[in-house]
Structure formats: C-alpha cells, structure tokens
Ligand binder design. Sequence first.
Ligand code: FE2
Length: 383
Amino acid sequence: MRDWLTDRPAPAVCHHGPKRHGTDPRPGGPVARAAERIQSPAMCDVHDRPRVLIVDDDAQMRSLFARLLNDDGYLVDVAADGASAIEAAGARPPDLVLLDVLMPGVNGFEVCRRFKRDSATRLTPVVMVTALGDRDSRVQGLGLGADDFLSKPVDRDELLTRARSLVRMKRYTDDLDSAASIIMTLAVLIEARDGYTDGHCHRMANYATLLGRHLGLGDNDLQALHRGGFLHDIGMLAIPDAVLRKRGTLSPDEYELIKSHTVVGDTLCGNLRSLRAVRPIVRHHHERLDGSGYPDGLDGDQIPLLAQVVGIVDVFDAVTTRRPYQEAMPLDHAVEVLRSHARMEWRRRDLVEGFADIVESGRLQTFTTTKESSSQRPDFTNG
Ligand SMILES: [Fe+2]
C-alpha cells in the first residue's frame, strides 16, 4: 500500500496584475501607468517572457504583428504557412498563437484544429485573425476551439490587451499544472522511501483505469481513477520512516499513525481544483462495505465508487508485489484474496468479479511485466 512518480520542471511564471501595486483608477494617472507597465510582459525577466507565434502568409502583417508584440515584451516566432507553424510550435512551444485564417496549403482552420487536438498545444490560446465581419470564419473557428478573434485591420491596443489577457490565463493554467506535478512528484518520493514498491503508483493508475473502463465509467471518472491511482497514499508523506519501514508488528499507536495517511492525503489535495475528484479516493480507499474500514467507518454505498475501485486494486498490487517479508503472490491467488474480501462483505462482489475478469483474461499482463509501458504521467491541465 504505497505510492509514486513523475517530474517536470515548473515553468517560469510571470505574475502580472495591477492589484499588487495599487488601486488608483484614474486613467493616465501615475498608478495607472505603473499598472500598465506591470501588465506588460516587458517587465518580466527575459527568460520569463511569453512567447507568441505569428502565423500569416502576408509578410507585411507578420512584420507588423512582430514589431508590436516585440515592443510589448514578447518573444516572437513567425511562420509563413500552416506547416511551418506546426513545426515551430513543436520546437518552441508558444504561450499564444496569432493565426491568419486564409493561407495557402494548410490553412488557419486546420492549424487550429491540429493545435487543439494535440495534448502539447491544446491549452495554448489561439487567436484567429479574420476579415472584418467574416461571421462564418468565426463560427468555424469557434467550433475548432479558437480562443479569440481579431479583425483586420487590427487595432494595436486591442491586440495587446487580448494578448496580455490570454497569456495571463495560459500562465494560470501552467501554474495549476505545475502545482499538480509537484504533488505527483511527492507521491513518487513516497514510493522511493519504501524502496521495494517500485512502480506501484503506475500499476495502480493503470489497474484502476482498466477496472473503471470495464465498469463503463465515463472519461471524468477514468481520469480521476488514473490520478487517484498515483496519489491515493500521498498522505504517507506525514508518516515517519521508523513507522513506514518498520518490519515488525505495529503498535496500536503506530497503526493509528499509518491510518492517518488517508486524512492527511485528503488535506494535501484539498486546495487543488484539479485534484477535487481525487480527494474521495485518497480519503476512502481503506473503507470497507461492512463499516470496519477507516478513516470514517463508511459502509455500503456511502463509500464512493472510485474509492472502492482503488481499494480493490490496492490490495491486488500489495499481494502481487514482492516484499522483504513476502513473496509475490500468483495472480490467481491474489484474485482469491479479493474474493475472500467479497465473502467477508468488505468489497463489492461485482467489482471484485469485474477485476477478476480483467486478470483472468490476461489484460493485466502488460503492466505486471513491463514497467515502462505504464510510465505516462497523469494530465492535470483540464480540471
Ligand atoms: Fe493507503
């Protein structure tokens, strides 16, 4: 019953916002001018400057946009056609894309569609530049996920204001992703502390998702199961090594300490919107149907379904993993352990049989034999 991984350096963040520096509402007043400067990317360290990708087949337009945005502090990349834009975004991920609609070859709609389908760029704001009054293009762009529109001829102030607003939102999203990544990293550190449960979090994430899919759960639940598989034991961070790694029998006090990992983990996840759906899993994965589990002694349907799913795969992974004090149990024996839990009314029989079906049909084989196959980190960027 332990967890784990993934690491990604937090993106540098440029904090804009006049609220931190004053509330003077007078247009053109000293505070207002200061606020405007603070909102400008030019205030940020060069390594922190937002990057904008300008895509237009018209060299004059590219040059105009590039000059305006460069003067406002952005790092600027330009592309003269759709194919070059996709290549440039792959090489230097932008914080904002200004995208002309009408271009030869891969047009703006197709570029937007590809950006919004690619997990690496789907949260990058895309502003489509259309002809004034071109309603059809705007409707089509919206359908493809475009975030905003500008009409030609482009107004300088409108361009810069929209760019700042969209980049600010992009940075907030990056912050959220970074915070969640830190939590994931902490989970992996717990796995490293144990030293003998390597890969547990990845297997848990994959087992739980497999069972969720077998049960016909929707995408949001599957995402929560994947995240919950990683994070269910995040509260073990609060447990001292002497207790966590103790090989003998735990004293009553030590056992109470171990049990507290559920409540501590719930608290750790508490303030992250992207982990909201994971909290019930973290808190309740040790509850039992008959009310004999912890921390809240929930029974029956009071126990969230996703927590029950993770509870089942947690037991399965614990008994099928080799430990200093136990050999790894064969998969069929592990299934019998789960069935015994169903007979004792600790776990729902239908859920246990669903997982038994997955095991007995060989669908776990990939994860039990190839750790690398399950190394994908959870995605936290879509809530
Ligand atoms: Fe646990």
